[in-house]
Design a protein around this ligand. Structure first.
Ligand code: SAH
Length: 468
């Protein structure tokens, strides 16, 4: 496996001062599973490249792992571990470049403190399944991400492609930042566990991620994969990343990880999320609902809240996003629930704009902050799916009040609360829609609001409760 780090900042050979590794020499260090060699394949004024290759001893790898795989003996020796980029590379990097990781440079401190152009290449990097993972991890940090897939056999194109890529990352940053990013994200790309993960790893993650992890849209995924899904550690890390707030509140902050951060930042001071959940739960409780369908359940915050009320015998969440559903499953602890609890909850992948037989037979449907994510011309389809085909006795629906947006100090005038919102309605628009839907499908509707009230602009969230 090979990692290269290049810069074109001139004189480029200053890279040697930043890394504390002389460009003209070959450097070597031992790690328990093998050895790392470091050298500079190019070192000119214009461009300088530092390379680290890792040679792992396959026998040592098996001996040192302390765990037997379940795939038979041969698999333990014959696999891609010695060659493919993995967490071992991070181990070697940490050991070889200790000083550079601290951001110090004996002879070029000013340069160490300056953002300069870097290019990092990692190869061969196994990418199985999550093709877009490198992009999701590195792009939010400002990297230009390029991936080139390797053929299985270079001279036999008909054999198809291998699971390996060459990943190249470009950005203008301080060296320390680049090192921290790759230090944390290589083990995230490598989802296998091959050394003990304990408190020490948790501290490392928080230290190396101190400057950037908290605001990374994939914070949860990074933490989980870095800590190899050790639940207690993950929980602690996430809690500490969000200023010591317990995970329950943290869950709110993680709402709709990729999409809703911006919206959340706007609304968080009002603690609107919780208020919305409480209000919807209350309405459902008051009406004696037992079977509830949460359409567009997202990451399952309402589901989790509903499960706390024994009254709800059947709670089903539907969303089109698998990723959101995975997070929802974790949030409600789907895989560790007791059998009795497990019978109460289900998660389905599905679309809200296509008739779905499964949606029938519920007492109520919740649509919390969902309709504004649909194109206006698909809204009619949702109307029919909910009010004509599923036809529950009760529909509880919330959506932003556009008029209130002027009260958000961070929101540019005229903009919607969230990039994925296709529309946001004024109170008059919401009322007109609710009344039309109610009269078309034979429902009554009561319109109110949730959250802070402005005498002129109304409440921050609009609430429609449809009954039949
Ligand atoms: N109700 C949740 C999530 C709101 S975000 C909450 O209050 O936190 C809107 C959700 O609707 C997203 O999770 C999105 O994936 C889902 N969604 C949007 N359009 C959809 C469609 N056509 N079919 C199913 N789900 C959809």
């Amino acid at each position: 496996m090979l990692l290269t780090l290049s810069t074109t900042h001139q004189p480029a050979t200053d890279l040697g001062f930043l890394l504390h590794k002389h460009p003209e020499r070959l450097h070597e260090i031992e790690i328990p599973q093998g050895r790392a060699l470091m050298f500079y394949p190019e070192a000119s004024q214009e461009r300088c490249t530092f390379a680290l290759t890792l040679e792992l001893d396959p026998v040592q790898l098996v001996r040192g792992s302390g765990q037997k795989g379940d795939s038979g003996l041969l698999d333990e020796y014959v696999n891609d571990r010695p060659y493919a980029v993995s967490s071992f590379l991070t181990v070697a990097l940490g050991r070889a470049l200790g000083t550079a990781f601290t951001g110090r440079s004996k002879d070029r401190q000013a340069l160490a403190d300056t953002a300069i152009p870097f290019e990092v290449v990692l190869t061969p990097l196994p990418v199985r399944g999550a093709e877009d993972l490198p992009e999701r991890l590195f792009a939010p940090l400002g990297y230009e991400v390029q991936m080139e897939r390797h053929a299985l056999l270079p001279n036999q194109p008909s054999w198809g492609e291998s699971p390996y890529i060459t990943l190249s990352l470009k950005a203008t940053k301080r060296l320390r930042e680049v090192l921290e990013h790759i230090f944390v994200l290589i083990p995230v790309l490598d989802n296998r566990k091959h050394y003990f993960i304990g408190k020490e790893e948790l501290e490392k993650l928080l230290r190396k991620g101190e400057q950037w992890l908290q605001t990374h849209p994939e914070k949860v995924l990074i933490t989980e994969r870095y800590l190899k899904h050790r639940k207690a550690l993950v929980r602690e890390a996430l809690a500490r990343l969000s200023d010591e707030t317990p995970l329950e509140n943290q869950a709110d902050a993680d709402r709709d990880l990729n999409q809703n951060l911006a919206e959340l930042a706007l609304e968080k001071p009002l603690n609107l999320n919780e208020l919305r959940l409480e209000t919807v739960t209350q309405v459902l409780c008051e009406r004696g609902v037992q079977r509830i369908l949460d359409l567009g359940c997202g990451e399952g915050r309402l589901l989790k809240r509903l499960l706390k009320e024994g009254q709800f015998k059947r709670v089903v969440g539907v969303d089109v996003s698998m990723r959101a559903l995975e997070i929802a499953a974790r949030r409600v602890h789907l895989d560790t629930l007791s059998e009795k609890q497990r019978e109460r909850i289900e998660l389905w992948q599905g679309a809200l704009t296509y008739r779905d037989q499964r949606f029938a037979g519920f007492d109520a449907i919740a649509l919390v902050e969902v309709i504004e994510h649909l194109e206006l011309d698909r809204l009619a389809a949702l109307e029919r799916v909910v009010f004509e085909f599923a036809r529950p006795k009760l529909v509880v629906l919330t959506t932003p009040n556009r008029e209130f947006n002027t009260r958000f100090p961070n929101l540019v005038n005229g903009k919607l609360r969230h990039a994925d919102h296709r529309f946001e309605w004024t109170r008059a628009e919401f009322q007109a829609w609710c009344e039309r839907v109610a009269s078309t499908y034979g429902y009554q509707v009561a319109i109110s609001g949730i959250g802070e009230t402005d005498p002129e602009l109304g409440q921050v969230t609009q609430l429609g409760v449809f009954t039949k």
